[in-house]
Write a protein that binds this ligand. Structure first.
Ligand SMILES: [Zn+2]
Length: 108
């Protein structure tokens, strides 16, 4: 849960910085063509960081990768490199199982 809170705080900060660039002093959205190269590269950096934060939270133990539950018991799937709640894990195991063998390679 701490990680989720951290991610939200981080996200707000980045969003704030992003807004400082993408809005002008009259609080109007600026046309992307009016960005300087430095602003463009900063925006790119913020957005990449935002994506990174969310991927980290998604793949963390705080959240089930499939149903985004945060309050269930989780199990790690080394193939998908992500955490799943037990219910989703079992469901995915069934969905991804080979018809012939009944064994799932992705959810061992
Ligand atoms: Zn789940």
């Amino acid at each position: 849960m701490l990680l989720v809170k951290w991610a939200n705080d981080e996200w707000d900060k980045l969003k704030e910085q992003e807004r400082a660039i993408s809005y002008d002093e009259n609080r109007k959205v600026r046309h992307p063509n009016s960005y300087s190269d430095k602003e463009k590269s900063e925006l790119h950096k913020f957005r990449a960081r935002m994506t990174e934060i969310f991927e980290n939270v998604d793949k963390s133990i705080c959240k089930c990768f499939r149903c985004v539950a945060t309050d269930k018991n989780m199990t790690y799937n080394p193939v998908e490199k992500a955490w799943f709640c037990f219910q989703c894990y079992e469901e995915m195991k069934g969905v991804t199982a080979k018809k012939k063998t009944g064994i799932s390679m992705r959810f061992p």
